[in-house]
Design a protein around this ligand. Structure first.
Ligand SMILES: [Zn+2]
Length: 60
């Protein structure tokens, strides 16, 4: 298990989770962060690490 340090949603303060799925936009699995409360989504990234990094940056 990798530790995911996700910050809370910048809009509602809700819990954010990593979601992954296959998308035609990226050739393979893509990851994004989604708020479980207001369903705000980040962009799609090729790695979990990138998705988390960008989400955290957005919050700060
Ligand atoms: Zn939210």
């Amino acid at each position: 298990m990798d530790k995911t340090k996700l910050k809370s949603c910048p809009f509602c303060g809700g819990k954010a989770i990593i979601s992954d799925g296959v998308t035609p936009r990226i050739n393979g699995t893509a990851y994004m962060v989604i708020c479980t409360v207001c369903h705000t989504m980040s962009n799609l990234y090729g790695t979990k690490r990138a998705a988390i990094k960008h989400w955290d940056r957005r919050v700060e």
